[in-house]
Design a protein around this ligand. Structure first.
Ligand code: 1PR
Length: 560
């Protein structure tokens, strides 16, 4: 079996990459010491996290010089994301830190003044400037690959044309692939870019010579058309929990009640009148179906994690491991990401153990997640941040996970409830004037945060909460609505509009999708970056393909 060497410094999910390499028939070895770099036949550096911490790790491990030598010798190298940026001189992300300086240019932040959400997150196209064996035959710039980054290499005004293989547009043009000889690096994640990404990895592995004898590889110039566009994402969500028989199932409720309607039996106490947990299928099977239908991302929510320690939730970790074996789009997992005091695995309270939020998240990342979503703990964190007058402590779940894995890996899951009030100054929270008056004709409302899966309300509004989370380092907002959940009557456009104007990070609208037109509405009228749905997909009411066809017919860019 041919071999690939991967430089993993533990900063993120590399399970998808190793799964992709195994699928392509390669065995994977990891760099454990500096010498392994020069011994590699093909080297892949899937960089994740911040520029400064990546360079610090390369320095402290003694990898910088061997890496530079390997690259100078023009041996097959594939850098991914930060693996491209570290080839540059330096980055605005970490002033004062020197990069590998192979490419004589600096990495800079996206221009926020252009009013675009940053990070640039999602599926965008590639404008290819010269022929390369990397691209599959017939590739066109209409096809899309998965990006997630706040900083990029902008070639304008630099002398790096000999490096630029492809560019992408996001407000401004940036470099999405560099290639010179056998040195290749992509700003996007090929291992998260579905079938196209896998083909690009395959072409890198198969076409780039491992001997020093130059080989002429036949390749054609891909079709390039106009500016590339970031697609709007369609996301499938799986609420996962154990049913009463102990099997892990995908469930789906209405307004967060996931049990069948109550059984009429007046002799039973109210709590026992509840029906069984709704079972809509097996998590991995459903996730695979959504991947095949074209889901841009898949979210797994462990909805009973408020009572169980997620680290002991081995079936859920196994779901992630199995899903990432052949699903090559981003996977998010949520539920129970917080500091945890838990009894021993056997439930023994004399063996209480403390786990930090970042340790809990690390277990999810190791199992195949690309992002983690934080629900209840984000509400408590935002409350403390606001009451302290905006002081960051550096020890919260949001801050510690963002510092270790990058802000793009931190999604905030918000579970709001609409609260009607008679006037705009009736409460100290941010209030909106609603088109849908309340039961007593109230024309104003605010959105109240809840915790523990909607079981407890808190004295904090969603507007203030999402702004606090952005300031603390969150990379994305997943915006549910308890009022709309499972109703199929459309997203809460007023809520989504309020949040997309409150923050400059991407917002995923969730709860209420019942028809393809609801997706178009939430993109066109409320400016969501992504739309998530659960029930309609689980019940096969509408397929992801149908949703995307409709969006395209409305002129909304999506990945096909
Ligand atoms: O607080 O960090 O432990 O996270 C718990 C996570 O579990 C949160 O993300 C919370 O939203 C979720 N959760 C907890 N209880 C429930 C429940 O349903 N009883 N699910 C729950 C939330 C909402 C969405 C749903 C959309 C779309 N489910 O995930 O998929 O509303 O549904 P639809 O398209 O069918 O309308 P923590």
């Amino acid at each position: 079996m041919p071999e690939v060497t991967v430089l993993d410094y533990g900063a993120g999910n590399i399970r998808s990459l190793t799964n992709a390499l195994k699928l392509l028939g390669y065995s994977v070895t990891f760099v454990k010491k500096a010498d392994d770099i020069l011994r590699a036949e093909r080297l892949i550096f899937p960089g994740v996290g911040a520029f400064g911490s990546a360079m610090a790790l390369l320095e402290s491990s003694g990898y910088v010089e061997p890496l530079k030598t390997y690259i100078q010798q023009d041996r097959p190298y594939l850098g991914i994301c930060l693996g491209l940026q570290t080839l540059c001189k330096d980055s605005e992300e970490s002033p004062g830190t020197k990069g590998l300086s192979v490419i004589p240019a600096s990495v800079t932040h996206f221009n926020k003044a252009k009013g675009l959400a940053v990070p640039h997150m999602g599926w965008n196209g590639l404008k290819v400037h010269k022929p390369s064996a990397l691209f599959p035959t017939g590739f066109s710039s209409e096809e899309k690959v998965y990006f997630v980054h706040s900083y990029a290499l902008h070639s304008k005004g630099t002398e790096i044309n000999d490096w630029v293989l492809a560019t992408t547009d996001y407000g401004e043009e940036f470099v999405s692939i560099v290639q010179k000889g056998n040195i290749v690096a992509t700003q996007f994640h090929p291992e998260k870019s579905g079938g196209l990404g896998i083909k690009i990895i395959k072409n890198f592995l198969n076409s780039f010579p491992i001997s020093t004898t130059p080989v002429t590889i036949p390749c054609e110039m891909p079709v390039v058309s106009g500016r590339t566009q970031l697609g709007r994402r369609v996301i499938a969500c799986l609420d996962v929990r154990s049913n009463d028989q102990g099997d892990l199932v995908v469930t789906k409720g209405e307004q967060y009640d996931v049990r069948e309607q109550s059984i009429t039996d007046s002799c039973q106490p109210a709590a026992e009148l509840k029906g069984a947990v709704r079972n809509l299928g097996k998590p991995v099977e459903l996730a695979r179906r959504y991947y095949k239908e074209g889901a841009d991302e898949i979210v797994f929510l462990n909805i009973t994690s408020f009572k169980n320690c997620p680290l002991y939730d081995l079936p859920m970790l196994e779901v992630l491991r199995r899903a990432s074996e052949n699903i090559f789009v981003p996977l998010t997992v949520g539920g129970g990401i917080r500091d945890i005091h838990a009894p021993g695995k056997d439930g023994d309270h004399s063996k209480m153990k403390h786990y930090t939020a970042v340790e809990v998240a690390a277990e999810y990342f190791r199992s195949g997640a690309d992002k983690v979503s934080i629900g209840s703990d984000a509400v408590y964190t935002a409350e403390n941040y606001i009451s302290s007058g905006g002081i960051t402590t550096g020890i919260t779940s949001i801050e510690t996970i963002a510092a270790a894995y990058g802000r793009q890996a931190v999604v905030i899951s918000v579970d709001p409830k609409r609260v009607y009030v008679p006037s705009s100054d009736a409460v100290r929270h941010y209030v909106i004037n609603t088109k849908f008056p309340g039961p007593s004709g109230e024309e104003f409302c605010w959105y109240q945060c809840t915790v523990k899966g909607g079981r407890e309300t808190r004295d904090i509004g969603v507007y203030e909460m999402v702004q606090a989370c952005e300031a603390l380092g969150a990379g994305e907002i997943m915006l549910n609505s308890i009022d709309k959940d499972g109703t199929n009557n459309g997203y809460d456009l007023e809520l989504v509009t309020m949040v997309t104007t409150a923050v400059s990070i991407p917002v995923i609208a969730s709860s209420g999708a019942g028809r393809v037109t609801h997706f178009a509405e939430v993109f066109q009228d409320a400016h969501a970056d992504a739309a998530l749905a659960a029930g309609i997909f689980h019940r096969n009411d509408v397929s992801i393909t149908d949703v995307k066809k409709h969006l395209l017919s409305e002129g909304i860019p999506v990945r096909i």
